[in-house]
Design a protein around this ligand. Structure first.
Ligand code: GLU
Length: 505
């Protein structure tokens, strides 16, 4: 067999916001595609009209745009294997359903929901399969005429997959190895419903993966139970030779305790589980998103990449390109990955540090504007450079840095009590005079002159600096003192000092 070009797909159902676990699945598909010079397809699996949520598709597309995950083909991207929205592929599926019927791999069933309920009540653990199908209303028990008549009379039906019992089915999973399941535990899955003239997920998924020449199916662990059925479908169609290789990714687990990560965990512990803010069109409920919460997309991707995989050493910070180089699907863990959202915050901090001061300043500018501050860019860049190491989110820069832009109107009582001594007012007066005499207000010159002044007079450095800080900041925090005074400039520094002396003396 000739080597096939690697083709993978991310195939969400538009049933609501994209869960963060889905983002990780898409990311792993992206990394896999890129590192094999393959294609990444974006397919919308919208055959379940009951669960369709308007706006979900657009939301998903916008999420990946924000994250910087690019698809090669698919809904909104185009390509030669379209249409990529399953609801637009009805005719294609009909043909393949017919193929299964013609080859006796599937059959038509007329059992109504009421009839099925009655069977379930009658037979404990009822399953529609090789043991029971002979006693049901289907094309295996009815004559061809009866079947044709029922259909002609407009009776609704489904097409079921005829699963042969007692066979060990092997799913060769790139992460889990050889997974074996006996076919007897599977029921004759519904592949098609006449009522909406649409296939179910299983049929559409297999047909599309085949027609779109998908070589690897990388998806969440919750789909592992469907994999044996999918293997059987490939065989039933005669496509076993080109069956994709599977990889079922580990679950994302609650940050604390056991079980699968849910939206409730996010609400309870205060972190988003969706990439973007989501407005549920039905309930009107608004759920927070990583974007609106101030996360950088690069940080989110880096954080997610390490939930279920690691490069085999301690390296945690990786650009997307580095991840492409290092990613190895075989190194993914089978065990679930705890969703350590605190680590996610740490990643954001690290990415703010890595970002240029200019870029962070650009993001900080609108926040300053919101607070009524119009500051020159070079000042904002300097302040960001001094302060970005202290925040996890750009928006936190306001609280951390506002004293650079707004003079204190009050002085923190505790700090005053501790730091403002008997002679502080007098000392600050002298220091203000000294600073006023300087022509060169650079950090270095201020430091040189002031330190010499302290030394020559035998003053206490700590006392002077603490009081100085209180006059400029209003409390006991902030970076190096002369960094502050240099950014404020001589005039503003002296104004603040003299005002504090007035108020505190
Ligand atoms: N439509 C399925 C989902 O919503 C796709 C599962 C698969 O990748 O096969 O996740």
């Amino acid at each position: 067999m000739t080597e096939r070009k690697v083709r993978v797909r991310f195939a969400p159902s538009p049933t609501g916001a994209l869960h963060i676990g889905g983002v990780r699945t898409a990311l792993y598909n992206y990394l896999f595609a890129r590192q094999h010079n393959g294609d990444l397809i974006f397919r919308i699996e919208d055959t379940d009209s009951n669960r369709f949520v308007p706006g979900a598709e657009e939301y998903i597309i916008e999420s990946f745009k924000w994250l910087g995950i690019k698809f090669d083909e698919g809904v909104s991207f185009g390509g030669e294997h379209g249409p990529y929205r399953q609801s637009e592929r009805r005719d294609i599926y009909k043909k393949y359903v017919q193929q299964l019927l013609d080859t006796d791999k599937a059959y038509i069933a007329f059992d109504t929901p009421a009839e099925l309920d009655a069977k379930r009540a009658e037979i404990p653990n009822f399953q529609y399969d090789a043991h029971t199908r002979g006693s049901m209303r289907n094309s295996l028990t009815l004559s061809k005429e009866e079947v044709d008549n029922l259909i002609a009379n407009g009776e609704q039906y489904v097409v079921r997959f005829k699963i042969e019992p007692n066979e060990d089915i092997h799913v060769n999973d790139m992460i889990r190895g050889d997974v074996v399941i006996n076919s007897s535990i599977l029921d004759d899955k519904v592949l098609y419903k006449s009522a909406d003239e649409l296939p179910t997920y299983h049929l559409a998924n297999i047909v599309d993966d085949h027609l779109m020449e998908v070589t690897h199916v990388i998806r969440g662990e919750e789909w592992l139970p469907s994999a044996p059925l999918h293997v059987l479908l490939y065989r039933a169609f005669g496509w076993a030779d080109t069956m994709p290789q599977f990889a079922h990714l580990p679950l994302l687990l609650k940050p604390d305790g056991k079980g699968k990560l849910s939206k409730r965990d996010g609400d309870r512990l205060g972190f988003p589980v969706f990439p973007l803010e989501w407005h549920d069109p039905k309930s009107g409920e608004v759920s927070s998103g990583y974007r609106e919460s101030g996360y950088l997309p690069e940080a989110v991707l880096n954080f997610l990449a390490l939930l279920g995989w690691n490069p085999g050493n301690d390296q945690e910070l990786m650009t997307l390109d580095e991840m492409v180089q290092l990613f190895d699907i075989h190194r993914c863990s089978k065990a679930g990955a705890k969703f350590d959202y605190v680590k996610g915050i740490w990643f954001n901090h690290e990415y703010i540090l890595k970002m240029s001061d200019e870029k962070v300043a650009e993001m900080f500018m609108p926040i300053l504007k919101e607070h009524g501050i119009e500051a020159p860019m070079d000042k904002v860049v300097t302040v960001v450079g001094l302060m970005k190491g202290r925040v996890n989110f750009v928006k936190e820069l306001w609280d951390t840095c506002k004293f650079f832009f707004v003079a204190p109107t009050e002085y923190d009582a505790k700090t005053v009590q501790k730091r403002w001594k008997e002679d502080s007012a007098e000392m600050m007066g002298k220091l203000a005079d000294l600073l006023e005499s300087l022509d060169d207000f650079s950090i270095e010159n201020q430091e040189k002159v002031v330190m010499k002044w302290i030394e020559d007079n035998g003053y206490h450095t700590g006392n002077i600096m603490n009081a100085f800080r209180l006059t400029l900041v209003g409390e006991g925090k902030g970076p190096h003192m002369f960094d502050i005074s240099a950014v404020l400039g001589k005039e503003e520094t002296l104004t603040r000092m003299r005002r504090a002396i007035e108020v505190l003396k």
